[in-house]
Design a protein around this ligand. Sequence first.
Ligand code: ADP
Ligand code: ASP
Ligand code: MG
Length: 440
Amino acid sequence: MKVMKFGGTSVGKPERMHQVAQLITRDNEPKIVVLSALSGTTNTLVSIGDALAKGDKEKAKQIIDQLEGHYHAFILSLLLKDATRDKANKIISEHFEFLNIITRISFNEALNKDILAQGELMSTKLFSLYLEEQGIKHALIPALEFMSIDANDEPQVPVIRQKLMPVLDANKEVGLFITQGYICRNSKGEVDNLKRGGSDYTASLVAAAANCTVCEIWTDIDGMHNNDPRVVEKTVPVEQLSFEEAAELAYFGAKILHPTCIWPAQLEKVPVKLLNTMQPEAAGTVITQEAGSVGVKAIAAKDGIIAINIKSSRMLLAYGFLRKIFEVFEKYRTPIDMITTSEVAVSVTIDNDQFLATIIKELEPFGTVEVDKEQSIVSIVGNDIAQTQDILSKLFDALKPVPVRMVSYGGSKHNVSLLIPSGEKQHTLKLLNKGLFGLN
Ligand code: ADP
Ligand code: ASP
Ligand code: MG
């Protein structure tokens, strides 16, 4: 059994969905196909929720009507037979009726999650109708029956396995399962999700839960590139990454993978492949236990970082100082990404500003607190980079013109992280592309 996950652009046009149908029927290996919403849909659903949160029902209604028009036009090109088109239009109308009902009742966060779930529910139903029209035997299995998160909003592989296996067993003769990415149920049984980009996470969790041979992530690019292709012109795909390297790149901003989607595959040692729907024969990237080679593999950048510096002469030779500082962040469930210390000061970075004001207030008794917003973490990821001669000299040579605020090195063998002002990101990524990879 294998997992094949197709992202928003891979299902965003009727002809792409046709192509996905071809890709999943190229061999007879049993598979679970995880689909995202059509590209742009989740962003639109977010804007519906935003309008309703502001009480602007008229705007919400306008966005809903426009999106509905898009789906009915999509159906016209996706399906050929009148009977299937009628069926599809009826299903889509029901989903939009649901959205319209929501605009008429009082809005809350749980309803917002229901709105966000509509994208994956609709894409999988439309795809299933296309398969039906093509006479391709399959089972559409509802993710809401087996994908779940616990009271801490964390998915648990054994819990998902326990719910998924009976669903697969019930359709044993089929061998082709279609399901929704992203959506799940929370500990209260409500509809919830695995955060933006979470379909990758669904794929990896399902692959781990069903002990799959491979988890294929099909997207619009031929694998993990050495640098962010949205920022840097010349980038090249990386052939092989270890789970650790891929996890660091995903966490530190490589959008091709959801930030936490690697751990389930790593837990059950399921190889992950990053492949291109538009170029199915391209080698892509293979992610396994082994790193394959030594040296720098790729660079990623994460925006929206806040640096907090706490300076205190009392830190000098004091023990227990760091613990007290960390306890403040723990109390407000705010994870720290980077940390550097000197004899009298400690700098940390966070990306969640929900409790920033309170955290600063509670840190003030420990010393002078300074906060810098609009920072970016640039992560240089590879295998044994610490051991690789001349990497650090190349790195710092390339960085000469950049005002680097923090450097973190030595925490893992796979990563050197830098903190820079976000305004310097593009420049920094270009300098590193040349300095570390010789690419202009
Ligand atoms: P999907 O909708 O299939 O989930 P995403 O848009 O989430 O696709 O991820 C693919 C995109 O990730 C690419 O189009 C590319 O712009 C972006 N990306 C950012 N960093 C990288 C990288 N290092 N390698 C490849 N793609 C990257
Ligand atoms: N549709 C969701 C999003 O756009 C999940 C995903 O595509 O991975 O975030
Ligand atoms: Mg994605």
